[in-house]
Design a protein around this ligand. Structure first.
Ligand code: M6R
Length: 614
């Protein structure tokens, strides 16, 4: 996720900005940039692809003077990571410079209109559209910058946190936010700006968290002014914050993994934004519109992935098969690439990868491409190698995932696969209208239901203490819950180093039951769905062998609570969407057990976030 820093005061801006960018590095980014106005009134913009240290090298022989500036770390959304697409972006006249977090959804329409008026663009970003729009309005209507910003933001659909410098008014920074956070720090004769408080707390503990729709005007020698787009004054309190830097980088959470688990409702909302339309009750994916022919005519889908992404693929198989009535295979990318599989131009290969850099998945994509298959990518890291190698795809838009154990990427991948199945089934006519509408509606409710599940955190934390002794765990589930069991087991083994296996519950009798005794805790995903009764029988069998059972059940379940030792109640939802809820308690269980055992949760031994070697 992008990071914003700003400064206006008596000190040199550059060092404050660079230090601030470094404080925001934890958010993940692919490029960085600064803009400063020097004492001669020149507005200098410097930006590079890569890390903040590369920006520092780049500016070594440049003019970095000035007491006012803005700076940015970019996580690409529109346009590949490059110095050209990095922020800040100049307006056409180079009088304005902007930085932006968020997505301008109607950027293509706005860009077209501006181009028709003769405005030239230097980047592929939605952000440049915004600064060009502001300047265009400013010049056309002869407005001051604040009013032009207010006019421009009325035309914008999307989410943003922005900060602007104006060369012709070198004593002010204008910032605005909608659905993307922005914090103003108030010092003595100086203001600071940050996408969170981490770049600010070193200098002042007086901050204003801007409310949605707020526009802040920071002028030297004046009080902070906050108005909305209609120029109505907004009264936002100045708060005194008491937090240490380590805490805020993780947003107050002790580990990135826990932060990312808790981000899931917001991530899934972002993932569905512009795709799931709740008022029209439909799902659109641009890839399904643009490549309808290839997808509709596919004889078969082959999902290739590794680890957690492979588990998401197993859920994708069930939902694609059930809604689109096409055969779907799910393959470990590492096996697939070396197997000389039968592939034709009628096959669609779906490559799933959070990082977009996993060597085996990338090699599988390239091999499938050579054999003529059509390739669809489902990735998180924008502009990474896999999306660049595919024919089309859908980003999951859950923001950078820093904890090595994948959490929010999994639910993002499952959400995209669900949207893909719905959109495709709808165009192919393989789903009844009633069922389609029911799933779309329920999908839009998932973020709120995820919040309910997250309320179980305290309960899961306290029950996890009783399980730190275990050397083995078994996870069971059936149907859509089987991949959830696999994912729960993977989470536990990755971060707590407890051996754990996931199994389809009915397979237990064919071997694993021999392992079950009082030392083997068993986690059973036993939500109220088609195979519920059968799973109850499995729980009885486990209890008959004295194992302790932690059961995930649907709220209101009266039967399993009488048999299982621990019951975790989840909100009811449609069966194919259950993994989006039932995975969360298993993430939390693994997390708390690992914390109790004193393990390095975010960077478990021997594991890398991005496996770029085979
Ligand atoms: O970046 P990718 O999704 O391609 O990564 C695949 C696996 O390496 C990854 O999911 C791994 O299994 C995670 N550490 C699981 O938490």
């Amino acid at each position: 996720m992008c990071g914003i820093v700003g400064y206006i005061g008596k000190k040199g801006a550059y060092n404050i900005l660079i230090k601030g960018l470094k404080r925001l590095e934890y958010r993940g980014y692919d490029s960085a940039g600064v803009a400063m106005i020097n004492s001669n009134g020149a507005l200098n913009v410097y930006k590079t692809k890569g890390k903040v240290c590369e920006l520092e090298n780049y500016v070594k022989d440049k003019d970095i003077t000035g007491n006012i500036g803005i700076a940015h770390t970019r996580w690409a959304t529109h346009g590949e990571p490059s110095s050209q697409n990095a922020h800040p972006h100049y307006s056409e006249s180079r009088n304005l410079a902007i930085i932006h977090n968020g997505i301008i959804e109607n950027y293509a329409d706005l860009k077209k209109k501006l181009q028709e008026k003769g405005v030239h663009f230097r980047s592929d970003t939605d952000t440049e559209v915004l600064v060009q729009l502001i300047e265009y309005i400013q010049l056309q209507k002869k407005l001051d910058l604040l009013t032009a910003v207010q006019y421009a933001l009325r035309e914008v659909i999307g989410a943003y946190a922005i900060a602007l410098l104006d060369k012709t008014n070198p004593n002010q920074i204008i910032a605005a936010r909608k659905q993307s956070p922005l914090v103003v720090g108030i010092g003595k004769d100086e203001f600071f700006l940050g996408s969170d408080a981490s770049p600010i707390v070193e200098y002042t503990d007086k901050v204003v968290y801007l409310e949605d729709g707020a526009i802040a005007v920071m002028r030297l020698g004046e009080e902070l002014k906050i108005v909305n787009i209609l120029n109505h004054k907004m009264d936002t309190p100045v708060q005194t914050i008491d937090i240490n830097l380590g805490q805020i980088e993780k947003g107050g959470f002790p580990h990135f993994m826990l932060k990312e688990i808790f981000e899931q409702p917001e991530c899934i909302t972002n993932c569905m934004r512009g795709r799931v339309n709740t008022s029209a009750n439909n799902v659109t994916l641009s890839a399904v519109i643009d490549y309808k022919k290839q997808l509709v005519n596919a004889k078969r889908f082959i999902i290739v992935a590794c680890g957690t992404s492979w588990h998401a693929g197993l859920i994708g198989k069930q939902i694609l098969e059930s809604l689109c009535r096409k055969p779907v295979d799910v393959e470990y990318a590492s096996e697939f690439r070396y197997r000389n599989p039968v592939l034709t131009k009628d096959d669609v290969v779906i490559a799933i990868s959070q990082s977009g850099e996993t060597a085996d998945t990338l090699a599988a994509v390239n091999m499938a491409k050579e054999k003529g298959a059509f390739i669809y990518g489902i990735c998180n890291a924008i502009g990474s190698s896999i999306p660049r190698s595919t024919d089309t795809g859908s980003y999951i838009h859950v923001g950078p995932e820093i904890g090595v154990a994948s959490t929010k990427a999994f639910t993002g991948q499952v959400t995209v696969l669900t949207m893909l199945a719905l959109a495709l089934a709808n165009v192919m006519g393989t789903i009844e209208e009633k069922k389609y509408l029911e799933i779309v509606k329920e999908l839009s409710l998932i973020p709120d239901k995820m919040k309910e599940v997250l309320n179980l955190n305290d309960k899961i934390e306290s029950l996890s203490r009783a399980f730190t002794y275990a050397h083995n765990f078994l996870y069971l589930g059936r149907g859509f819950s089987y991949p959830v069991a696999l994912e729960g087991a993977l989470k536990l083994k990755e971060i707590s180093y407890i051996h754990a296996e996931g199994y389809p519950a009915a397979e237990m009798k064919h071997g694993p039951i021999a392992l079950i005794d009082s030392d083997m805790p068993v986690v059973v995903v036993a939500t109220h769905n088609a195979l519920y009764e059968k799973v109850i029988s499995n729980i009885q069998e486990i209890k008959a062998r004295n194992a302790r059972v932690i059961a995930l059940v649907t709220k209101g379940d009266k039967t399993i609570s009488k048999i299982a030792d621990q019951v975790i109640e989840l909100p009811a939802t449609i069966e194919c969407l259950e993994p989006l809820l039932s995975t969360i308690p298993l993430q939390l269980l693994a997390y708390h057990i690992a914390v109790c055992k004193g393990k390095n949760v975010d960077q478990p031994r021997n594991l890398a976030k991005s496996v770029t070697v085979e």
